[in-house]
Design a protein around this ligand. Structure first.
Ligand code: OSB
Ligand code: MG
Length: 367
């Protein structure tokens, strides 16, 4: 397969409600979509980089710049497939979200041309997956309880509460008291604590949480191992794991017993599957995280979440948890589950009218 050209398209997607984490508040998702054009098929992907470099070093303007300036010019001129994209981009360090988007768009084009679904290609073992929801930091506990109640009513099978110093033990206690011990509940600190907070974080052990996600800084693998020994709540890593090599290091250090796999963070679906395989071999549970994706990114994440090692519900929520109008046909929760797209490639395409309406810029780069 040969690439004719690549379109970089920016879309502005207002969120249905502000999403607050320990690293900032998001009210609009500024998304970069990648469309790869080949003579056989087109491929779509979503770059998960956020507007500011807070969750990680990448940000959406930077991702667009590194793509147009370095990554797209380095793509193979012929015989392009996802593996070849990975090899061609390997010499450039970092920028995994940008690389992931290019690799995924090429993979989508290849699979659309051959008629195979991404789920099947990756080795999925299910056609629907259970879904959790990530609940942002709120101004008050009553507001949080209302939000959680709405999500529980909608059928979400697992609740994740965002935490930070000053918003941790009390909100967790309140949610446990209101919804009972049967609720699958976990927390995500987005690196807001240090090891000095270990005794405080150990207070969360009383609430039977599924896991605590990324309590310490992104590059604090050794400290996470120390913390893990002091908590009964399992430690899960998100930001710290950027590759299968990082996952291997974390497992051998004892830095975590669960990994949140985000394909964007690790450079794509092929690396995500390597992490899945490694974790499965070591008895480490994985689940599929999210980056407030539109239907384009969500479709591909659902394919990954259907692999056999994804034994915990992911942050793969329905479209309406994020957007009033998604750019694809909306993903709608059914009994706490979402269907894994079964069509060729990622199995969904943008709805042209919606896409046109939300587009803020497009840029065509000939190969
Ligand atoms: O840490 O998992 C995270 C969203 C943006 C950036 C980082 C994170 C998140 C979420 C929401 O928790 C996941 C989602 O629903 O897409
Ligand atoms: Mg996280």
């Amino acid at each position: 397969m040969k690439i004719t050209g690549i379109e970089l398209r920016r879309i502005a997607m207002p969120l249905v409600s502000p999403f607050r984490t320990s690293f900032g508040v998001e009210t609009d998702r500024d998304v970069l979509l990648v469309r790869v054009v080949t003579p056989d098929a087109e491929g779509w992907a979503e770059c998960s980089a956020m507007s500011e470099p807070r969750y990680s070093a990448e940000y959406v303007d930077g991702a667009a710049e590194v793509m147009r300036r370095f990554l797209i010019p380095a793509l193979p001129k012929k015989d392009v497939d996802a593996q070849a994209v990975g090899r061609a981009l390997e010499p450039f360090t970092g920028h995994r979200m940008a690389k992931a988007a290019l690799e995924t768009a090429v993979l989508d084009a290849r699979l659309r041309a051959s008629g195979e679904s991404l789920a099947r290609h990756l080795g999925a073992s299910r056609d629907r997956v259970p879904c959790g929801v990530s609940v942002g930091i709120m101004d008050s506990i009553p507001e949080l309880l209302d939000a959680v109640a709405r999500y529980v009513d909608e059928g979400y099978v697992r609740i994740k509460l965002k935490i930070e110093p000053g918003w941790d033990v009390e909100p967790v206690r309140a949610v446990r008291e209101r919804f009972g011990d049967g609720l699958l509940l976990q927390v995500d600190a987005n690196a807001a604590y240090t090891l000095v907070d270990a005794p405080h974080l150990a207070r969360l052990d009383a609430f039977g949480l599924l896991l605590i996600e990324q309590p310490l800084a992104n590059d604090d693998m050794v400290q996470h191992a120390r913390l893990a020994r002091r908590l009964t709540t399992p430690v899960c890593l998100d930001e710290s794991i950027e590759s299968a090599a990082d996952a291997a290091a974390a497992i051998s250090l004892g830095a975590c017993s669960i990994i949140n796999v985000k394909p964007a963070r690790v450079g794509g679906y092929l690396e995500a599957r390597r992490i899945h395989d490694l974790c499965r071999a070591h008895g480490v549970a994985v689940w599929c995280g999210g980056m407030l994706e539109t239907g384009i990114g969500r479709a591909a994440n659902l394919a990954l979440a259907a692999l056999p090692g994804f034994t915990l519900p992911g942050d793969t929520s329905g479209s309406h948890r994020y957007f009033a109008t998604d750019v694809t046909e909306p993903f709608v929760l059914d009994g706490g589950h979402l269907d894994v797209p079964a069509g060729p490639g990622i199995g969904v395409s943008p709805v042209p009218d919606v896409l046109a309406e939300v587009t803020t810029s497009t840029e065509w780069i000939s190969a």
